[in-house]
Ligand binder design. Structure first.
Ligand SMILES: [Zn+2]
Length: 64
């Protein structure tokens, strides 16, 4: 399923590629999150936040 994203770095909209064509930000994690099922409760939202933190930590670890 393809979904248009908005770049969190430069604000470009209607992005359907893994990277932002304007600033080349990696949107892979954003796309994964965008494709998750809709959040139904506060508890699920907490899990989503934990998932985002895990993705960010993984990204930082890959950079080192
Ligand atoms: Zn961008």
């Amino acid at each position: 399923m393809s979904q248009f994203l908005t770049c969190p770095v430069c604000g470009r909209t209607q992005i359907d590629t893994p990277r932002c064509p304007n600033c080349e930000a990696d949107l892979t994690a954003l796309r994964i999150l965008a494709n998750l099922p809709p959040v139904k409760s506060g508890l699920d939202y907490r899990s989503l936040v934990l998932a985002i933190v895990a993705v960010i930590l993984g990204f930082i670890a890959a950079k080192i």
